[in-house]
Design a protein around this ligand. Sequence first.
Ligand SMILES: [Zn+2]
Length: 445
Amino acid sequence: MTRGTYWLEHAWLGDCVEPGVTVEVADGRITAVRTGTDAPPPGAEILRGLTLPGLANAHSHAFHRALRGTVQVGSGTFWTWREVMYSVADRLTPETYHALARAVYAEMALAGITCVGEFHYLHHDRGGARYADPNAMGEALIVAAAEAGVRITLLDTAYLSSGFGERPTAHQLRFSDGSADAWAERCSVLKEQDHARIGAAIHSVRAVPAEQLATVARWAEERRAPLHVHLSEQTAENDACLAAHGVTPTRLLADHGVLGPRTTGVHNTHLTDEDIALLGDSGTGTCMCPTTERDLADGIGPAVALQRAGSPLSLGSDSHAVIDLLEEARAMELDERLRTRTRGHWTAAALLRAATEDGHAALGWPEAGAIEPGRAADLTTIALDSVRTAGPPPRLGAETAVFAASAADVRHTVVGGRHVVRDGAHTLVPDVPRALADAIAALSG
Ligand SMILES: [Zn+2]
């Protein structure tokens, strides 16, 4: 049994900042939390700053990290951006994707992310040829997460069509299993590990024919696994769905048994009042990805109304225009301020809840996301003495972290009691910028 003790200079305990907190850890779990310990116990690892529960990045496509910078040249829309994204997808192999994902997940660990939801649809070789191991790509991502020291939920994604009644395009042949039954057969072979859980995803209502949606939903139901779906990110998707089926994408998902408390709609940007009620009443979650949504000119989703209707909120860095969960959290609030010209839609505590406890729940890790006995020993420490965070009193540490800190202020990341980032340096991947540069350079040839 591996044991350890951490002393947290300041800790976020869900509703307040507590000074001097000792956390005992055994076998990856928190066994005791003691407040009011002014000095570190002998032998304790000292975490100076404000320690939060580990951050959950609920929506990632690791390979999009290779687009950073490149896609900022010129103008266009989501759809022109997608063409550039497809050209990168065309070049990936299990080997190059493993190297890229390892570097991207290491960047996430440096940003305080302890768990990633990888919405994974790049399954097959060029032209759709099957690899000898049909899950070679997904397995490469699971290994990459282990090497970067973070938890992963591999949201294995069904992607079968390019639009309503349309066969996959040449690019999309790598994504398609041919049918939802073939998708289910392939991903049933994937094995969970200590750091890895398997969930399901429906790429979108464009990408899975309506009559096959229930197959994916049933697969997730049988395993009590999370089920994610890109939902109404673009008005063009809504228009095409209305033309093909006479209903909105949300209504289509509801009619085929996709909605429910283990389901998360990603983006949920362009919704009707009825859509919001369907999502809220069914307890379906909403994953907001504000830095991507603004980068791709998607629009601002109705997160306030969704949460009020009963949809729990989580956050994701999606296309990795930046990887910074603190920025995602404040962007959700700040976008709403711009839209409504009023302040204070969410407190810092509510934004942190989306970034921690509710994000983990959306990824099927309900034991993570809080500093409490019995919970996973996943901790993220934000410096309160950096050029961005110095000044405010520690009791306002949550407000400072959410509204002023950045990923660069993450000093420590602990995952399952293991110190993955210490004093801002990754303990498993020695040179993360170099790993990113090399992995991305290998794709440009
Ligand atoms: Zn996405």
